[in-house]
Design a protein around this ligand. Structure first.
Ligand code: B12
Ligand code: SF4
Ligand code: SF4
Length: 348
């Protein structure tokens, strides 16, 4: 490692990143698989994924003269659910238990980019929303490897970390890849409630609960509603199943630990949120991004799967909601609960 790479890695560690490694700017190792994935419609209605594949697959098409990709990892593991034993009634993916990660990481990327100034060059930083196949470059850099679940795994952090990167015209020495360490394991594939991992390293977003409860804007297809169970935002099943998570340590960032109140509601409480109280309840949270109708849609599905007679008043109220996304899912939940109740045998 030369002085420049050494300094960059030290700065990244000082800023709180859990790992930093470097990939050469070249076509992504699995660009062909990505194009096939798009051609097969696996991106569902995330049309933005297919807009500029040539940019997503090659950082040189994003930043003129790009030579290197500085890949960064930040641990967000908040530990286990603080939900009191025997009282669990809904699940939220761990990454959304507190503040949105984009703001925190963008701030740190800006600081790291500023530190690069004495080295010269031009730089562009991204976290999540940029046109970069983040996991492919992290794999090339040896940060970790893409598991069969498609989630990137780090030997120390397991799966619970965010990725970010700085594209730069600096000619840095790349780090060697770490290799694939899934072996014969297939636990994530078996654990997936909707069989969304259709083959190792291949995910069909149309079937994925994370997609259906977060990115998907319309009604949730009926065939997946039951399998969604009590999940109201995202899904962690393929991550929970991964044996590499036995090494996971709770994140040093308090901003990712479960915020007070995230699990203190009952599902039917959420149905009384109007736009204003929804925004207040989820201020600075990633959940705010999906807005009230999509969130209430998810809550209705979970109530349809887990609710009881006691939830029917709140659901009838939601069935009169002016937004058809809410009213249709509330009606579905009412029917599901009524069907369940009528299936309970009456005492003789
Ligand atoms: C679109 C998207 C989604 C979609 C689609 C997910 C998917 N698997 O493609 C949905 C909404 C479903 C989703 C869900 C989640 N996401 Co998301 N998502 C993204 C986003 C914006 C793009 C991903 C992408 O390009 N997908 C296209 C596919 C084809 O690419 P890929 O999955 O990386 O797959 C590559 C490899 O599998 C490889 N490959 C193909 N065949 C083969 C064969 C072999 C042998 C090998 C080795 C490799 C290989 O080729 C593919 C192309 O490079 C990224 C951010 C980014 N800009 O990259 C975040 C990102 C991937 N998501 C992230 C997170 C946290 C999640 C969730 C965990 C959230 C949750 N708990 O609900 C779930 C995990 C679900 C899962 N199993 O992937 C993190 C993942 C961090 C990590 N450690 O991996 C990212 C990197 C955001 C970030 N900056 O931190 N996500
Ligand atoms: S996030 Fe959930 S639904 Fe999506 S692939 Fe993983 S286990 Fe399956
Ligand atoms: S559960 Fe097993 S197969 Fe899936 S990503 Fe983890 S190690 Fe790989």
């Amino acid at each position: 490692m030369t002085a420049a790479e050494d300094r960059i890695k030290r700065w990244a560690a000082d800023l709180g990143f859990d790992d930093c490694r470097i990939a050469a700017a070249a076509e992504a190792g699995h660009a062909a698989e990505f194009r096939q994935w798009l051609a097969d419609g696996n991106h569902a209605d995330m049309a933005w994924m297919e807009r500029t594949p040539e940019r997503r697959c090659d950082p040189r098409n994003v930043l003129d003269g790009c030579r290197s990709v500085i890949c960064l990892a930040l641990n967000y593991f908040p530990g286990n659910s603080p939900f009191p034993e025997n009282q669990g009634s809904y699940r939220i993916a761990r990454y959304a238990w507190n503040d949105d990660y984009h703001d925190l990481i963008e701030g740190r990327l800006d600081e790291l980019t500023a530190k690069l100034a004495p080295l010269g060059g031009t730089h562009k930083r991204y976290v999540d929303t940029g046109p970069v196949l983040e996991r492919d470059f992290a794999t090339d850099a040896g940060l970790g490897w893409n598991g069969k679940s498609t989630v990137q795994i780090h030997r120390r952090l397991g799966t619970w970390f965010f990725l970010a990167e700085i594209l730069t015209t600096l000619d840095l020495t790349p780090d060697p890849p770490f290799g694939d360490h899934c072996g014969k394991c297939t636990r994530c594939i078996t654990a997936c409630p909707t069989r969304a991992i259709t083959a190792p390293h291949r995910l069909d977003a149309r079937r994925c609960i994370s997609y259906l409860t977060i990115e998907h804007k319309g009604p949730i297809p009926e065939e997946f509603r039951e399998a969604i169970g009590d999940r109201i935002y995202g899904c962690d099943d393929c991550l929970d199943a991964c044996p590499w998570n036995r090494f996971a340590q709770v994140s040093r960032e308090a901003t990712f630990h479960a915020r007070t109140g995230i699990f203190s509601h009952s599902l039917r409480d959420f149905l009384s949120l109007d736009d204003e109280s929804f925004r207040r309840c989820f201020a600075r949270s990633p959940i705010k991004r999906i807005k009230r109708p999509r969130f209430l849609r998810n809550v209705c599905v979970a109530l349809g799967n887990t609710g009881s007679h006691a939830d029917l008043d709140a659901l009838h109220h939601a069935a009169a909601d002016p937004d058809p996304l809410v009213s249709e899912h509330a009606l579905w939940a009412i029917h599901r609960i009524q069907d369940r109740q009528s299936a309970i045998p009456h005492p003789p």
